[in-house]
Design a protein around this ligand. Structure first.
Ligand SMILES: Cc1cc2nc3c(=O)[nH]c(=O)nc-3n(C[C@H](O)[C@H](O)[C@H](O)COP(=O)(O)O)c2cc1C
Length: 194
């Protein structure tokens, strides 16, 4: 009786540790300056990135190919555009940081998957091709990335139909009026795979 109770206890512990994938540290990455980015940010974003936000216990990520990087308010910044219906939007709203992860060409399938399924009905935290890692600020990034950019939100706004100077854009891009939320984040850390 006592033996079977112990076995059940061990099995329960094993089960609970399987339920969520282990969060790793950033050992495989080295910190670099944003000045050392060797590829145009337009090309980097055009080739798709993963926007992630949340905590180790509760996070979500999605593929994005609209965004910018530049210099604003005397800071290096990124700008991302997240439609309100994205599950990721809940996370970019309630967290102070977001990360941008960039991948090798061979990992395009990961980005395609994360850009075509939603965390609202797919368990992205247990997606087997991505391993979550945690930054010192508690942001979520992914071990499979070759470059990680961590940003601290400093501004947010909603695109507005009547502010478009080129009025062909809202009718073409936003037929259902789901205008993007725009987040500007100060780039506070950049890590490159060692
Ligand atoms: C190549 C590509 C680029 C995308 N870029 C964006 C983007 O910049 N902003 C956005 O809101 N959605 C973008 N999406 C759509 C989201 O990635 C997609 O809807 C995803 O399933 C949302 O996941 P979520 O609901 O878990 O957040 C893009 C999708 C792909 C495939």
């Amino acid at each position: 009786m006592k033996k079977s109770f112990i076995c059940l206890f061990i099995a329960l512990i094993a089960l609970s540790s399987c339920a969520q994938k282990q969060i790793k540290n950033m050992d495989q990455f080295e910190k670099i300056s944003w000045k050392e980015l060797d590829k145009s940010s337009i090309a980097m974003i055009h080739d798709w990135m993963l926007v992630g936000a949340g905590t180790t216990k509760d996070y979500n990520m999605m593929t994005a190919s609209w965004g910018n990087m530049g210099w604003l308010w005397e800071k290096p910044i990124s700008t991302i555009y997240v439609r309100p219906q994205r599950h990721t939007h809940n996370y970019t709203e309630k967290n102070d940081y977001y990360t941008l992860c960039f991948f090798d060409k061979k990992d395009k399938d990961i980005l395609l998957k994360m850009g075509t399924v939603s965390g609202s009905n797919f368990d992205k935290m247990n997606y087997d091709k991505l391993t979550a890692i945690e930054t010192d600020n508690g942001s979520i990034a992914f071990e499979e990335a070759n470059l990680i950019i961590e940003c601290k939100k400093i501004y947010k706004s909603l695109l507005k139909e009547d502010e478009f100077i080129d009025q062909s854009i809202p009718s073409k891009i936003y037929p259902t009026k789901d205008y993007h939320t725009v987040y500007i984040g100060e780039i506070i850390n950049v890590w490159k795979k060692k």
